[in-house]
Write a protein that binds this ligand. Structure first.
Ligand code: 16G
Ligand code: ZN
Length: 533
């Protein structure tokens, strides 16, 4: 039965203070770190319950607010395969977080246990980590109280990137099985990723030094470890790597800054030579954006769509070269934010699916392919390999030396790539490896296709919940009649495309528009903002 006495005692230490309404959304719980104490405690309890429900499998908990300001914090649960929490449990998280008293909380926990007929005799195992935010220290302590209250085994991994936490969870749960994913240590992760990179670029010229904007966050911790293992294989020039000053996190730095403002972080511009590549991680290192300075001294963005095009193209070439066409199907998953030019380019080469925003949707869709590549335009993405693909790669007999070489490359990719979730650092090594193989400069990579000019606006509306979408968020079904007004306007422009969707993370509605020139994209976006306001 439930340890009611311990739950009550610990719960009283973490009362829900504010009238804040908590909601477990696409980013888990996320808000000012000072408001999250009760939420963290309850997430600890929920993680333990979920672990028991899955007969003691290890559940992950990541304490981070990613690219948001340093005073924010947040928390997300990770399922045993290192993937996002099963969608149906998001609701349970929301319910538990919003109970207003200890008694109400314990009742809600009890109800959850009964609904799923959870055998509480199973052990509970929870692996957790946090990013560099100072508020994380106390929030982790609150989480630990939740684990103690449930008698769960906790494993504290300290300060780590989000994708490392996801990776470790998968390793722990697959240990000793045929699906063993790797050694469940940070060192194991760094080593196996770095080794795969070194093997993949063996014999290729070492890439020119890469400027890495660490957003003054935890990505720098991982980057340093990679640099140690990689030695001369690649040189990083770390920037925005101040972990002492908490206020510096994501401030004028990081992938979100670059993608949103479409410009260099101020600290990066002066150090870049024309043509030199740079990339930005976000605050928990699960997003990656590249860019460079062109010969006309202009900023050029290489976002998630460009990464997707580069990576999907490379993998398609390898599959063909190995003689595996027809045995391994490579597919790509995008969202409505993908630049229309990227979709047009890619659709000619491989199957492309469009799904609603949010990693869980992209990840699920990518699992339908033999090799599923997914990237959001904002730089979050990865590649997943199906069990059938693993089998083909293990058993295939190449008939020429060239095929054998391509097969070898293909076999390294699942080791290089963190398949659990987008991982800025392993994605960065993947990009560097592909550039080395293709002998591409930043300019050549950029030239794969030319982005359509676009504009993203956010509109503050009284109630964003009235905005409902269909067709992977590309069309509004509610408020009634609004989509028709949008369509009538957009069709006046050549290559015009636009859509409106409520944000899942902020109290705003987002408007995206693209067209054949910037002035038109701006005009469409502004007009639509007027329509929806
Ligand atoms: C969250 C999502 C990200 C998405 C973003 C959209 C996860 C892990 N993260 O950060 O994938 O792009 O939300 O934010 O799913 P929005 O709904 O505010 O536009
Ligand atoms: Zn992030």
């Amino acid at each position: 039965s439930l340890p009611v006495e311990a739950l009550a005692r610990y719960s009283d230490l973490h009362p829900k203070l504010s009238y804040e309404k908590f909601h477990y959304g696409t980013a888990g719980f996320r808000m000012a770190g000072s408001l999250l104490d009760s939420v963290m405690f309850r997430v600890g309890v929920l993680a333990a319950i979920r672990s028991k429900r899955l007969e003691g499998k290890t559940i992950g908990v990541m304490v981070t607010a990613s690219h948001n300001p340093p005073v924010d914090n947040g928390v997300k649960l990770v399922d045993p395969r290192g993937e996002m929490l099963e969608a149906s449990w998001e609701r349970h998280a929301t319910v538990l977080a919003n109970t207003t008293s200890t008694d109400e909380f314990i009742d809600a926990v009890d109800k959850l246990v009964k609904t799923y007929k959870i055998n509480l005799d199973h052990p509970a195992n929870v692996l957790y980590a946090r990013d560099t935010r100072p508020s994380g220290v106390e929030l982790v302590a609150a989480l630990e109280d939740g684990l103690k209250a449930m008698g769960a085994n906790g494993r504290n991994e300290g300060v780590q990137t989000t994708p490392i936490l996801h990776y470790l969870v998968r390793c722990v749960n697959t240990k000793g099985t045929p699906e063993a994913y790797g050694e469940d240590t940070v060192e194991g992760y760094i080593k196996s990723t770095a080794d795969a990179f070194k093997k993949l670029i063996a014999g290729k010229p070492a890439p020119p030094p890469l400027v890495v904007d660490c957003a003054n966050g935890v990505g720098y911790v991982a980057l340093k470890q990679f640099a140690e293992y990689l030695g001369p294989a690649i040189t990083f020039i770390p920037m925005n790597n101040d972990l002492e000053n908490a206020a510096a996190l994501n401030s004028d730095a990081g992938a979100d800054y670059v993608k949103t403002n479409q410009k260099f972080p101020p600290s990066i511009a002066p150090v870049l030579a024309p043509g030199q590549r740079a990339c930005s991680l976000d605050g928990d290192a699960d997003r990656l954006i590249y860019y460079y300075l062109n010969s006309r001294k202009q900023f050029r963005l290489l976002d998630g769509d460009k990464i997707a095009a580069l990576v999907a193209g490379f993998i398609t070439d390898l599959v063909k070269g190995a003689g595996l066409e027809g045995q391994i199907d490579v597919g790509l998953v995008q969202t409505a934010y993908a630049n229309g030019a990227s979709t047009k380019y890619l659709e000619k080469r491989l199957p492309v699916a469009c799904v609603p925003t949010g990693v869980k949707h992209l990840h699920r869709a990518a699992l339908r392919y033999g090799v599923g590549v997914y990237f959001e335009a904002n730089g979050h993405g990865t590649v997943v390999f199906s069990p059938a693909t693993y089998e083909v790669l293990a058993s295939y007999q190449p008939s020429t030396p060239t095929q054998a070489t391509y097969l070898e490359y293909l076999n390294l990719l699942p080791k290089l790539i963190n398949q659990t979730i987008g991982d800025a650092l392993s994605d960065m090594l993947l990009v560097e490896a592909v550039l080395a193989h293709k002998h591409y400069t930043a300019l050549e990579w950029d030239s794969i296709y030319i982005d359509l000019p676009n504009r993203l606006l956010k509109v503050v509306v009284p109630n964003r919940n009235i905005f409902q979408t269909e067709d992977a968020e590309r069309r509004l079904v509610h408020p009634e009649g609004m989509q028709k007004l949008i369509d009538d306007h957009v069709k006046k422009f050549e290559s015009g495309r636009a859509f409106v969707r409520p944000s899942g993370t902020e109290n705003v509605v987002r408007v995206y528009a693209e067209a054949s020139d910037q002035g038109q994209a701006d005009q469409i976006a502004l007009k639509i903002a007027g329509i929806i306001y």
